[in-house]
Design a protein around this ligand. Sequence first.
Ligand code: FE2
Length: 432
Amino acid sequence: MFDLIIRNANLPDGSEGVDICVSGGTIAEIGPRIEAVAKDEIDATGRLVTPPFVDPHFHMDATLSLGLPRMNVSGTLLEGIALWGDLRPLLTREALVERALNYCDLAASQGLLAIRSHVDTSDPRLVTAEALIEVREKVAPYIDLQLVAFPQDGYFRARDGSKSLERALDMGLDIVGGIPHFERTMAEGKESVEALCRIAADRGLPVDMHCDETDDPMSRHIETLAAETVRFGLEGRVAGSHLTSMHSMDNYYVSKLIPLMAEAEINVIPNPLINIMLQGRHDTYPKRRGMTRVRELMAAGLNVSFGHDCVMDPWYSMGSGDMLEVGHMAIHVAQMAGIEDKRKIFDALTVNSAKAMGLEHYGLAKGCHADMVMLQARDPLEALRLKATRLAVIRRGKVIARSAPRVSQLMLAGRPSSVDAAAYAPKLPGGV
Ligand code: FE2
């Protein structure tokens, strides 16, 4: 007897009428109409069951701090960094832990069960690292949390930035971060990439850098990051987050850059909500979108995944822990509205981001962790369009969150008595 069977599910790959049998927190069987019994059964009634959402780029030390100690008036990246600098000395471990746990509650309810968070290591107190290590332990039963040692004020630019970063890694942070475009000069930015890749290679850790988060087409640290990745044999273990300068780069230069990034197997992590909000701020009109070249990078075989980056913090006053909101924005900003385009966007929120984070036993296959989300949608395209309600979130075979379907009652003579938005889409070949 299995612990749980989910019956009649649609899967992200388009298969329908699938049963998923769970035993001991693992997917034991998956296929059409499995003859078996279980202690518990959930009828998916032809709705989408997907592996959980994965956010490969977030700032859990800053989340939910909106308004502390004041609002970002200009709405720019640089004022956000300055504001964070004002808040940082006031941070306490207790408040950081409380806000992060609150965010993780929200994330779990949205089926977001793996998050990579950058952790600012610029303040030598390292209260951020202490707090997030505590949170990583506390949420481990329901969220895989990876922590990046992130020298927000610059590895060289901040006083003792290099020492603080190494101490944070000694404390147990998982990944080496960086911010080369924020160092004092291009040369120091390049030097920081080299130094940080060396640290990662020596310690056997992955790398994830905020890289070229600027509209300056000459900000080319991604080239150095890719070259150093190859030099240190770190292929597949390095992420370039943001890469917004690629939006504005010369096309000929990019035609050489993308193959180098592919050679280095760079994981590309744009952040659509933040990129469209913060980039192009020095432009009058026309204003650049600023997000990196998602379609071209995907076409070159690079692993592209999307991050949420910020939720209600000094940089972004919006956000809800909903990765479908991130994907919804990505469809618009990258202008990827075709059926296959949208399937790729959904993958970028799930399987691609799991790959970027190096998650093991992720997916809907025999032997994978029984981690799943049932949505009020038939397929990934509908899920993205509706930012669909998470009817059930399952972690290691146990339901950890439930939501009622979003259905409106209608009081109109001669019309139906209720409206389920998910029931209105015309059925198209291959999706909605
Ligand atoms: Fe970020």
